[in-house]
Design a protein around this ligand. Structure first.
Ligand SMILES: Cc1cc2nc3c(=O)[nH]c(=O)nc-3n(C[C@H](O)[C@H](O)[C@H](O)COP(=O)(O)OP(=O)(O)OC[C@H]3O[C@@H](n4cnc5c(N)ncnc54)[C@H](O)[C@@H]3O)c2cc1C
Ligand code: SF4
Ligand code: SF4
Length: 374
C-alpha cells in the first residue's frame, strides 16, 4: 500500500475550505518553495496557493512528495493529541479543559513594562528577559503599522527592549505574527520566540511533532494569549465610528473586560457592549476550540479580579525554568492562582465554551468535552 503524503491538496479541502482554518499562516512560512501566500482582502485571513505551481487546489511540489504545509498546520487531522503528546509526553485528561499547566498571577516590576503592558506587562518582561539573557535572538510579536494611528495590526520582529515596549498591549484584530518569521531569519535569528493566540501558539508544537525542518527548531519559545475571538477590521468604521463617533486615530488604548473598553487621546472612555461587536467576529475564529493557548510554553490572559496582573498558565519545563529565572532576578512578582478562584473558574468556563465550537462533523481534532463536566 502506498504511504500517504498529505500536501496542499489535502490541506485545502480538509482545513482551508472546510472552515477549520484560523489564518495562522504556519503553512505559508513553512513552505520551502514559497508557493503559498496570504489573503487579507475583505477580512479573509486565509492562505492561497499560487496558480503557477499546480493551481489553487493542488501543488506540483506536493505531488512530488513535499508535505511541509500539512506538517506545520495546527488544525490538520489529529493535531491536538499529536501536539499534546509531543509537548507534554501525554494526552490531556478530560478535566484538563484549559490544557496542561499550572495557574499563577504575575506582573512586571519595571514601571515602563507595567505601563506598556495590556494587563501586568508579564509578556513584555518575559520577552525582554529572554532577549537580554541570550535565551532568544528575536521575537515575533503583533504591533501596529506606521505610527499606530490606523490601528492596523501588523506582525513585527522585536529584537530588544525598545521593540518589545513599542509592540506591547493588545490589538483585537488579527495579526498573524508568524508572517514576521522571514524577517527574523534574514537578520540571522536562530532562536525565535512566538507570541500569539491559541491558533498560532499551536503551530510550533505541530511543526516539532511532525518534524517540519528548521522552522520547527528555530521557534524555540511560545508565549500564548488567551483568546475567544478576534474582530474584522471593519469594526472600526462600522461600529466604533458609526455608532460611537470614535475614529481610529482618536483611540489610545483598548481592552475587553466583559465589554469593549476604548480610551481616547483626549481623555474619553467608551464602553461598547460585546453583543454589538459579535457580528464583526473574524470568520477564522468561529470554529476555534482553543481559548487558553493550550500548546504554548506559557499562556497569558487578563481575566480575573486583579486588573493590573496577568493570569499566567505555565505549561512546559522550559516555561517553568523561565518563570523561576524571572522571579529570581526580581523582574516579575507572582501570586498563586488560588488568590483568584473566580478567574480560574472563568478560565474553565470560557475554555469549555470554545471547545464546544469544534464542529461535530470535523474529523478527529480536539478531544470532545464529556457531558458530565460541561
Ligand atoms: C486578540 C486578543 C484577544 C484576547 N482575548 C483575551 C480574552 O478573551 N481573555 C483574556 O483573559 N485575555 C485575552 N487576551 C490576552 C490579553 O489581552 C493580554 O495579551 C495578556 O493578558 C498578556 O498581558 P500582558 O500585559 O502580560 O502582555 P503585554 O506585555 O502587553 O504583551 C502583549 C503581547 O501581545 C502581542 N499582541 C498584541 N496584540 C496582538 C494581536 N492582535 N495578535 C498577536 N499578538 C498580539 C504584543 O505584540 C505583545 O507582545 C487577548 C489578547 C489578544 C491579542
Ligand atoms: S490553520 Fe494555519 S496552517 Fe492551517 S491552513 Fe490555515 S493558515 Fe495554514
Ligand atoms: S479565537 Fe483566537 S485563538 Fe481562536 S482562531 Fe480566533 S484569534 Fe485564533
Amino acid at each position: 500500500m502506498a504511504i500517504e503524503k498529505p500536501q496542499w491538496k489535502e490541506l485545502f479541502t480538509e482545513v482551508v475550505t472546510s472552515g477549520l482554518c484560523t489564518g495562522c499562516a504556519a503553512c505559508i512560512v513553512s513552505c520551502p518553495h514559497d508557493v503559498l501566500d496570504y489573503n487579507t482582502a475583505d477580512g479573509a485571513y486565509k492562505p492561497f496557493h499560487l496558480d503557477i505551481d499546480g493551481g489553487f487546489d493542488d501543488c506540483t511540489h506536493g505531488v512530488k512528495g513535499c508535505t511541509m504545509c500539512t506538517r506545520a498546520c495546527p488544525r490538520f487531522r489529529n493535531w491536538e493529541s499529536e501536539i499534546d503528546t509531543h509537548k507534554f509526553a501525554r494526552e490531556r485528561s478530560d478535566d484538563e479543559v484549559f490544557g496542561i499547566g499550572d495557574v499563577f498571577l504575575a506582573r512586571a516590576t519595571d514601571a515602563d513594562e507595567q505601563r506598556a503592558g495590556q494587563d501586568g506587562g508579564f509578556v513584555s518582561a518575559l520577552l525582554i528577559h529572554a532577549l537580554e539573557n541570550d535565551i532568544i535572538d528575536a521575537a515575533l510579536v503583533g504591533g501596529l503599522e506606521g505610527d499606530g494611528s490606523t490601528w492596523v495590526a501588523q506582525p513585527q520582529v522585536a529584537r530588544n527592549r525598545a521593540d518589545v515596549l513599542a509592540t506591547a498591549g493588545s490589538r483585537y484584530t488579527y495579526s498573524a505574527n508568524l508572517l514576521a518569521y522571514p524577517e527574523a531569519i534574514e537578520s540571522g535569528a536562530e532562536r525565535i520566540a512566538l507570541v500569539g493566540m491559541g491558533c498560532m501558539a499551536s503551530a510550533p508544537g505541530a511543526m516539532q511533532a511532525r518534524k517540519a525542518g528548521k522552522i520547527a527548531r528555530r521557534l524555540s519559545l511560545t508565549i500564548g494569549l488567551l483568546c475567544s475571538k478576534t474582530f474584522d477590521d471593519a469594526i472600526f468604521e462600522e461600529l466604533f465610528e458609526a455608532k460611537y463617533g470614535v475614529t481610529r486615530a482618536e483611540i489610545s488604548k483598548m481592552n475587553i473586560k466583559g465589554v469593549f473598553q476604548i480610551w481616547t487621546h483626549d481623555g474619553r472612555f467608551i464602553e461598547v457592549p460585546l453583543k454589538e461587536a459579535h457580528p464583526f467576529t473574524r470568520e477564522g475564529c468561529t470554529h476555534c476550540p482553543d481559548f487558553s493557548a493550550e500548546h504554548a510554553d506559557i499562556s497569558t490572559g487578563g481575566i480575573g479580579a486583579f486588573g493590573d496582573w496577568t493570569l499566567v498558565i505555565v505549561r512546559t519545563d522550559f516555561g517553568r525554568d523561565l518563570m523561576a529565572k524571572l522571579i529570581a532576578s526580581g523582574e516579575i512578582e507572582t501570586r498563586p492562582g488560588d488568590d483568584d478562584p473566580g478567574a480560574v473558574a472563568l478560565l474553565h468556563k470560557l475554555a469549555t465554551l470554545s471547545r464546544k465550537r469544534w464542529p461535530e462533523t470535523a474529523p478527529d481534532g480536539p478531544r470532545r468535552i464529556p457531558v458530565s463536566i460541561r
